[in-house]
Design a protein around this ligand. Structure first.
Ligand code: 5GP
Ligand code: MG
Length: 461
């Protein structure tokens, strides 16, 4: 997954982008980058690591100008290479281009093969680079129509922010898989993945970009370019509401916190249990656990503490404890758990590895009963639209039935939110993409169909 931001017409745009990226850090911790344009020159700074590690005051001061594009990256295979760090930059016939992309194209290998046959030379393995080539090659006679033309070839998930000199372009794919919001600050504009990136700048939320919408922001004016071809129905990703977006953000016109609380309430209705305390696996499940507590009347307790300082650079010393990974991140509060029947709520169950360790930790401090509740249905299918799910074989929900998962996790009972319950809880924003839960893929998986990509799922942003 990734987080993206674009700043137009605001002084020290790079510093503004930096703050926004800070707020979007949860969407990607592997690399960060900002490209700024000052009217004559484009400057770029990218690196591996957290936003705070990649940038210092000197780097930001060098990135002059009132136009900037920023990106935080989260990826695995094919992604560690710094050449894949974004924004991607290129100089083409009409100016300097910087591109930040969130999502995953489902036809990029097909497009890439064709471009390579026609002589294109790719600098990275990122799917986003395909768009750069398509724009540069487009025979249309203005940047606006070149961008429009290039985007019409893309299939899959893309929220894109791009600058060509001082023009910022922003687009959402026709199904609107990934979020993108527009904000205003003074006479300038901000586009970003989530509203939390506007809040930190004191920018005012204007609206969400519509699925298929392409806009250009230039000299304080927002212009709608032709919309991308409409589809049968939009399909924003429901996993953004389950896990990915921040609860203080509002995406697709809805509060993420409210959605998660409703998931928790519905979960309590579907899987009631007699217990002494409800607790969350912090922080991603806090809102869902509060919803569960509100609906069930069981008190919410802070039974698990999370260490927020476990960073990438942590050195793993030789250790024998099989739960060490989870123990580094979470620690139970014995006084809250000892002798109690506890309900522990998580937002999703993916591999089951963290959960198994947590259950052992709770038993270790005297939990009398452990009831696991999950604020979403079993994750059974890989995501081809930008969420970094493990492959099918690693998904605990794809191979095991509920009683087997209960045994595997060592819980007294396990309850997942139903697919209908989840979708109904946020019906006003739907219909959604539920592919990771249902196996129904709204956008064609062209590279998979053509045998160019594995049906087990991609592993990049
Ligand atoms: P598990 O117990 O399946 O190993 O891990 C479940 C936890 O992973 C949940 O707390 C959930 O918040 C978190 N999670 C869900 N999706 C993702 C993801 O895409 N990336 C990361 N880092 N964590 C995730
Ligand atoms: Mg979590």
């Amino acid at each position: 997954m990734c987080g993206i931001v674009g700043i137009s017409g605001i002084e020290s745009a790079a510093s503004q982008a930096y703050l926004s990226l800070y707020a979007l850090q949860h969407r990607g911790q592997e690399a960060a980058g900002i490209v700024a344009f000052d009217g004559t020159k484009t400057r770029s700074h990218k690196g591996r690591g957290l936003v705070s590690e990649v940038f210092d005051a000197e780097a930001l001061a060098r990135l002059r100008g009132d136009t900037a594009v920023g990106h935080v990256r989260y990826s695995t295979a094919g992604g560690q290479d710094i050449s894949n760090a974004q924004p991607l930059t290129a100089r083409f016939s009409r100016g300097d281009l910087a591109l930040a992309h969130n999502g995953n194209l489902t036809n990029h290998l097909d497009l890439r093969n064709r471009l390579v046959e026609e002589g294109a030379i790719f600098r990275s393995s990122a799917d986003s680079e395909t768009l750069v080539h398509l724009i540069a090659k487009s025979r249309h006679d203005t940047v606006d129509t070149q961008v429009d033309d290039a985007m019409s070839h893309l299939e899959g998930a893309f929220s894109i922010i791009m600058s060509v000199d001082s023009a910022i372009y922003a687009a959402r794919d026709p199904r609107g898989f990934r979020p993108l919001v527009l904000g205003r600050k003074g006479s300038g504009y901000v586009v970003a993945s989530e509203t939390c990136a506007l809040d930190i700048l004191g920018a005012e939320y204007v609206r969400d970009l519509e699925p298929g919408e392409v806009i250009r922001i230039l000299h304080g004016e927002v212009t709608n370019l032709r919309s991308l071809k409409p589809t049968d129905r939009p399909a924003p990703c429901i996993f953004e509401l389950v896990y990915f977006a921040r609860p203080d953000s509002s995406i697709w016109d809805a509060s993420v916190d409210r959605a998660r609380r409703e998931f928790g309430r519905q979960l309590a209705r579907e899987h009631p249990v007699e217990a002494d305390a409800v607790m969350a696996v912090p922080d991603s499940a806090n809102s869902a656990a509060l919803g569960f507590a509100e609906e069930s009347g069981i008190p919410f307790e802070l039974g698990l503490l999370r260490n927020h300082y476990v960073g990438r650079t942590f050195i793993k010393p030789l250790q024998e404890d099989r739960d060490f990974g989870a123990r580094m991140k979470y620690n139970p509060v014995k006084e809250v758990i000892d002798g109690k029947r506890v309900v522990i709520v998580d937002d999703s169950l993916v591999r089951g590895t963290t959960s198994r360790s947590l259950v052992r930790m709770l038993r270790g401090v005297g939990a009398k009963e452990v009831h696991f509740r999950i604020g979403s249905p079993p994750v059974r299918w890989p995501c081809f639209y930008g969420i970094d799910m493990p492959t099918r074989a690693e998904l605990i929900g794809s191979s095991l039935e509920i009683p087997e998962i209960e045994a595997e996790l060592g819980v007294d009972t396990l309850g997942y939110l139903s697919l209908e319950g989840m979708v109904d809880a946020v019906a006003q924003g739907g219909p959604y993409c539920t592919a990771c839960f249902s196996g129904e893929y709204p956008a064609p998986l062209i590279d998979v169909e053509k045998g160019l990509a594995s049906p087990e799922g991609p592993r990049r942003c």
